[in-house]
Design a protein around this ligand. Structure first.
Ligand SMILES: N[C@@H](CCC(=O)N[C@@H](CS)C(=O)NCC(=O)O)C(=O)O
Length: 210
């Protein structure tokens, strides 16, 4: 039987998959593990009553497991790993936080109106740290095999590429070759192609915040 998952609907297109990187992470995990699932697109600017009843915080993603709705992508992927251990997506603990500051730095830089506030440099420092990590351990964060940390970071790097490209005409510096290769590797996986929000919806999602 297919599992049910609530994910963000696209801004302005409530019947299409939206731009939530946490929902994307859960969808990627389901795809990589080959778990059949059915999606409910939730319009976050007009949340249906049934959704508010199962999601006290009003947030996506949510996954129904054993007749209970569970929230938070960290909790969801942890449970999926336990219940569906094959193929394993366990991340070695020493690699679990690699790249974890990138999304915050990206968002601060994207929203920044002051070119001298250091937000671009802060993002560059995070990306350089990822470059060094991948140089030593790549091509994925934990080596040859994709793992959970890649499924969390990949959607965030997709937002970074699309939103900074659109709103600031900014791209990841060419000399960060391992980061470029990593993004290519993740973005071209079949699971990613099948679960990503269209670029126009990523842009529409960020537009009110920029
Ligand atoms: N820590 C949560 C974050 C989930 C989250 O922030 N989801 C956003 C969409 S990307 C949301 O549902 N926001 C509620 C709203 O916009 O009303 C997770 O990992 O699942």
């Amino acid at each position: 039987m297919a599992l049910e998952v609530c994910v963000k609907a696209a801004v302005g297109a409530p019947d299409k998959l939206g731009d939530c990187p946490f929902s994307h992470r859960v969808l990627l995990t389901l795809k990589e593990k080959g778990i059949p699932h059915e999606m409910h697109f939730i319009n976050l600017s007009d949340k249906p009553q049934w959704f508010l009843e199962i999601s006290p915080g009003g947030k996506v993603p949510l996954l129904k497991l054993d007749d209970k709705w569970v929230g938070d992508s960290d909790v969801i992927v942890g449970i999926l790993e336990e219940k569906y251990p094959d193929p394993s997506l366990k991340t070695p603990p020493e690699f679990a936080s690699v790249g974890s500051n990138i999304f915050g730095s990206f968002s601060t830089f994207l929203k920044s109106k002051d070119a001298s506030d250091g937000s671009e440099e802060a993002l560059l420092n995070e990306l350089k740290a990822l470059e060094e990590h991948l140089k030593a351990h790549g091509p994925y964060i934990a080596g040859e095999k994709i793992s959970g940390v890649d499924l969390s970071l990949g959607p965030k790097l997709y937002h970074l590429e699309v939103a900074l490209g659109h709103f600031k005409k900014w791209t990841v510096p060419e000399n960060l070759t391992c980061v470029h290769n990593y993004m290519k590797l993740i973005f071209s996986r079949q699971s990613f192609v099948e679960t990503k929000a269209a670029k126009e919806y990523v842009i529409a999602g960020w537009a009110p915040k920029v």
